[in-house]
Design a protein around this ligand. Structure first.
Ligand code: SF4
Length: 449
């Protein structure tokens, strides 16, 4: 069971020495309870306190790393059942599956697609994560060849190797053993050999069983063999089975009721009989490694967008870095538009400015991600912030005029901004959709005045 802050506090040395980086033992205890600190930061804990606190404050779901280098991905370390309770930390790795019976050119093309395709959305680069190769041929040689075709593309993508045949797996690992592939899967019949291979190559291992008891037993067997980085496949035969089993696993893991469930969950969408629906359900309901057939552009975009939305911290608005941004190639007479660093505001305004075809500057002030209306109401968007941001980014060197367009919802501070900055303040429209007309009509008149 997770300990509460006061229970944790009772186990701390109560020196209030600040060596852990917190002002008091109580604040450290509160951080530990929230999973935001590590017990090792306090040098004065005795062994008993360390082991009690370590077990209780360690994330209930183990962090597992798949792959190496830039494209590796980490899954697990989740602490809640619902995103609004806190946040979900590690987005699922979505990997495209190929069969070892497919022609080499097809396997190579899919690999290059995962290597190169990127979707840019609200300032983030979104990508799929890796390639799963399934040993459908039943031949160890063919499986190893398919894996070598993936590796020849120099994609450095985390591979998932799907076979229950240790001989085939061993042959495939010759080509990618040093890339920390995810091995799928250990079963009650092969776990000893699979554990040996996982240990030899330092790889995470999926355990597969279609009952809760079977999964628990396999986890115990594999950990007894020395494998710590495990992923759970509950072998769901349809979407309903996946939903029930993944929810049970998450519930029992985060309450620490069944520690053997404290590992990330695996889903092969195809095996549920519903490829796209499986993907949506997997992203929404606790799958950490999702294997899917290659997606066409529409579903691919939808999947990346859904994953980004669900794995964005609901308590932190997505923010842009404050600064002076250019739209087109603005000259010294170009308009300067000030707005907040709430990313949705930024990208909406930027989109309309690009459509207007009026080259301009966007001056982004730091309201900690609050929207214009909220930032004005909270007093975060004020004349001092605008003055300091104008200075910080030397806007006076970029344009010869001294006119600043502010959002319509910031009208209440226009007078104070004018006084504090010495710039003439023009109040723009409230709705970003009207900014094009505003620039073509009002700004043109103002610029010519
Ligand atoms: S280092 Fe330990 S004893 Fe010192 S303040 Fe932090 S928790 Fe307390």
């Amino acid at each position: 069971m997770a300990l509460k802050a006061l229970d944790i506090y009772k186990l701390l040395p109560k020196k209030n020495c600040k060596e852990c980086g917190d002002p008091t033992c109580l604040t450290f205890a509160m951080k530990l309870a929230g999973g935001k600190a590590d017990v090792d930061l306090c040098p004065y804990l005795d062994d008993n306190a360390k082991s009690v606190l370590g077990a209780s404050t360690r994330p209930p779901i183990r962090l597992v790393k798949v792959g190496v280098g830039e494209r590796n991905f980490k899954v697990g370390e989740e602490t809640v059942l619902y995103r609004h309770e806190k946040t979900f930390y590690h987005p699922p790795g979505i990997v495209f599956k190929v069969d070892d019976t497919q022609p080499d050119e097809e396997i190579a093309a899919i690999t290059r697609r995962v290597r190169d395709d990127t979707l840019t959305r609200v300032g983030s680069e979104l990508r799929f994560n890796g390639i799963a190769i399934e040993n459908t041929s039943g031949s160890a040689e063919r499986f190893a060849h398919a894996v070598s075709v993936v590796e020849q593309q120099q994609a450095h993508l985390p591979p998932v190797l799907i076979t229950t045949d240790p001989a085939a797996l061993s042959a495939a690992l010759v080509h990618c053993g040093s890339y920390r592939p995810l091995l799928h899967a250990a079963t009650s019949g092969n776990f000893k050999e699979m554990c040996s291979l996982a240990k030899l190559h330092g790889c995470p291992l999926v355990v597969r069983a279609d009952t809760a008891e079977g999964l628990v037993r396999l986890v115990k067997d594999c950990t007894a063999e020395g494998i710590q980085d495990l992923v759970l496949d509950s072998a769901p035969e349809n979407l309903g089975a996946f939903l029930v089993r993944s929810t049970q696993v998450r519930q029992l893991a985060i309450t620490r009721a069944v520690p053997e469930f404290g590992y990330p969950v695996y889903l092969d969408c195809e095996k549920t009989g519903f490829q796209d629906a499986g993907l949506v359900l997997g992203i929404s309901k606790y799958a950490s490694v999702i294997v899917t057939r290659p997606l066409t552009p529409g579903p691919a975009k939808a999947a990346l967008t859904l994953r980004q939305n669900i794995y964005t911290d609901p308590q932190k608005p997505i923010q842009m870095t404050p600064g002076l941004y250019r739209v087109g190639t603005p000259d010294k007479n170009a308009p300067v538009l000030m707005t907040v660093n709430f990313s949705l505001t930024f990208f909406t305004l930027q989109g309309y400015l690009e459509t207007s075809r009026v080259p301009c500057f966007m001056l982004i002030v730091d309201t900690e991600g609050l929207s214009v209306l909220t930032a004005v109401a909270a007093g975060k968007l004020n004349e001092g912030l605008v003055r300091d941001t104008l200075k910080k980014f030397s806007v006076e060197n970029e344009v010869t005029h001294r006119k600043l367009i502010i959002p319509g919802y910031a009208a209440p501070i226009s007078g104070r901004v004018e006084e504090a900055t010495g710039w003439k303040v023009l109040v723009g429209p409230r709705d970003a959709a009207e900014i094009g007309d505003y620039l073509h009509e009002t700004w043109k008149k103002e610029a010519g005045a």
